[in-house]
Design a protein around this ligand. Structure first.
Ligand code: FE2
Length: 145
């Protein structure tokens, strides 16, 4: 079974961000499938995921700058991205150092963090951006924020 299942719950209504999130899910699932291989397949899957995450975070961060969101919120959002990258690198180093559980821990962390980050932090960004741009958020699911 896939580690991450894409659904409309994750929509931000920002098409480029949604497209990138969906691609991110596919890369996490690829890492999930490769985790039993302690070889290049896993290295490659992790490397590709990290590259994509870095590009995606910079896309989100420049989007937030352009949408003139609250600077305090943007600073917290940027810090969340930076902490996430630090943590996945730590878990990857533990895996490289021979820890048997590190690949599973890494995957569990990735799945939990991405779900929560998209559902809460990124959707808050979307609400503020839609408000700023004068566009409608796509679903009334945003109303509970
Ligand atoms: Fe984000």
């Amino acid at each position: 079974m896939a580690a991450m299942q894409w659904s409309v719950d994750f929509y931000t209504g920002l098409p480029e961000i949604d497209r990138q999130h969906e691609a991110l899910f596919a890369l996490v699932n690829r890492l999930h499938d490769a985790r039993t291989h302690r070889n290049e397949l896993l290295d490659q899957a992790f490397g590709d995921l990290c590259d994509y995450i870095r590009d995606h975070f910079s896309a989100e961060e420049s989007f937030m700058d352009q949408a003139s969101l609250d600077p305090a919120y943007v600073a917290r959002h940027r810090a969340a991205h930076a902490n996430f990258i630090m943590r996945i690198n730590e878990l990857w180093q533990a895996h490289r150092a021979g820890s048997d559980e590190a690949a599973d821990d890494l995957l569990a962390f990735l799945v939990a963090w991405l779900r929560e980050h998209i559902l809460i932090t990124d959707r808050k960004m979307a609400v503020a951006a839609h408000h700023h741009l004068g566009s409608d958020a796509p679903h009334n699911q945003f109303s509970h924020f």
